[in-house]
Ligand binder design. Structure first.
Ligand SMILES: *[C@@H]1O[C@H](CO)[C@@H](O)[C@H](O)[C@H]1NC(C)=O
Ligand SMILES: *[C@@H]1O[C@H](CO)[C@@H](O)[C@H](O)[C@H]1NC(C)=O
Length: 394
């Protein structure tokens, strides 16, 4: 009797654990919207406040950092938010040396895990666009060396390595079926890079910006508006209803040409500014909201693209904040979803609604009652009572 009751309690505990873990993962599962947390500003809120805000008040489940800022990494501890860190471009040549790669991990990653959920390391940012021969030649060796260091630390399953690219890596992109990587880089950099990504089960990261590809004539197409006439790819007879799909498919075509159509694509940056110089069309908060709202809907819908149908794309919106110290035209400082005081620049539905918050509370209350009820029942070892109880709380 004593033994049976213990076994029964154990199975109840397992059941509760499974139920609660299911509930906890449900919100994250399939939710693949992240943000780029850039910090080129002098007025941003403290990282702890940002981490709390993101985890408690938004549906954002992932962030990408442009470095390994210790304060930010500590702030995201115990939030569950998936974090991508970046080894900056200037560190790439050194990272080709195993001793340096090991030290880099020891200093920049190991102190923060597992409390902080670091899932990815970017080696550099848009390295090919720098046109710096040393950086470009060192890119893949640095990624391989850092991976070897991860394997040595038994962290290669937890943390994946990749590197983001601008669309400048393509020499041809229109129509999408003719997408090609720039000659020279294709066989010398992208082929070994894609082989590394395939071997380590890591995605190819791309930064498509329909904003930079659009003109007043193609604004509807860039903003996913149904009013857009769309564009037909004469080679495939596939019709494109939005510019993002066309950009993603030209990257896909270029990868396919090298024999790597099986490597996953992730959108590491995309966005739309809410303010620009007056000469630019479609640069306002309404257009930015429209782009980002339609983007999120599209990448999570499961529609995929004409060449990659029926799939979703993990997507990182650029950016979390407006960054006042970014150089260049006005728009560069105004890609943020939020102002430095955490107020939204516009609404795209990433804030958890009060209804969602209430339902979260309801779930917590539900499981407290359920747990207490099950504990009482398991002590009595009465299966029928358990079933009745489950019917009542449901
Ligand atoms: C690269 O390594 C050298 C020698 O260890 C060091 O002096 C230099 O600061 C490193 N550069 C960077 C950008 O980390
Ligand atoms: C995509 O989904 C549609 C609708 O469910 C289906 O008809 C089509 O065959 C699917 N295509 C692929 C390539 O799986």
């Amino acid at each position: 009797m004593e033994k049976a009751s213990t076994a029964f309690s154990a199975s109840i505990f397992t059941a509760i654990f499974l139920l609660v873990s299911t509930l906890y993962t449900q919100g994250v599962e399939g939710s693949i919207i992240g943000v780029n947390y850039g910090t080129v500003a002098n007025n941003l809120p403290p990282p702890e406040q940002v981490a709390r805000f993101l985890s408690e008040s938004t549906i954002i489940s992932s962030v990408r950092l442009f470095d390994t800022n210790a304060d930010i990494l500590r702030a995201f501890a115990h939030t569950g938010i998936a974090v991508t860190v970046t080894a900056t471009n200037d560190q790439i040549p050194n990272l080709t040396r195993i001793e340096f790669a090991q030290e880099w991990l020891k200093f920049n990653v190991r102190p923060y895990i597992p409390a902080t959920n670091i899932v990815r390391i970017f080696v550099g940012n848009e390295v090919i666009s720098t046109a710096n021969k040393l950086l470009i030649a060192s890119l893949v060796p640095a990624m391989e060396t850092l991976h070897t260091a991860l394997v040595g630390a038994s962290l290669d399953r937890r943390i994946k390595i990749s590197t983001p690219h601008s669309l400048g890596i393509l020499s041809d992109s229109s129509p999408p079926s003719t997408g090609k990587f720039r000659q020279g880089y294709d066989t010398h950099v992208l082929k070994p890079l894609l082989r590394f990504l395939r071997d380590t089960n890591s995605p190819f990261m791309i930064n498509p910006y329909p904003f930079f590809g659009s003109s007043p004539e193609t604004l509807d197409y860039a903003l996913f508006r149904p009013s857009s006439a769309g564009v037909l790819d004469e080679n495939t007879r596939l019709s494109y209803t939005n510019m993002l799909d066309a950009q993603l498919d030209s990257v896909f075509s270029a990868m396919k040409l090298l024999g790597f159509s099986d490597v996953e694509i992730v959108i590491s940056e995309t966005g739309w500014p809410s303010l620009g110089d007056s000469s630019q069309a479609g640069v306002d908060a309404e257009s930015a909201a429209e782009y980002n709202r339609n983007l999120m809907q599209h990448v999570t819908s499961g529609a995929g693209t004409p060449l990659m149908p029926n799939r979703t794309f993990e997507t990182y919106i650029f950016a979390l904040f407006n960054e006042d110290l970014k150089p260049g035209p006005t728009c560069e400082r105004n890609f943020g979803l939020f102002r430095p005081d955490m107020t939204p620049v516009y609404d795209i539905g990433i804030l958890r609604s009060t209804v969602a918050a209430a339902s979260k509370f309801h779930h917590a209350a539900y499981f407290s009652v359920l747990t207490i009820g099950l504990l009482i029942i398991s002590n009595h070892g009465d299966h029928n009572m358990l079933c009745e109880f489950l019917v009542i709380v449901n």
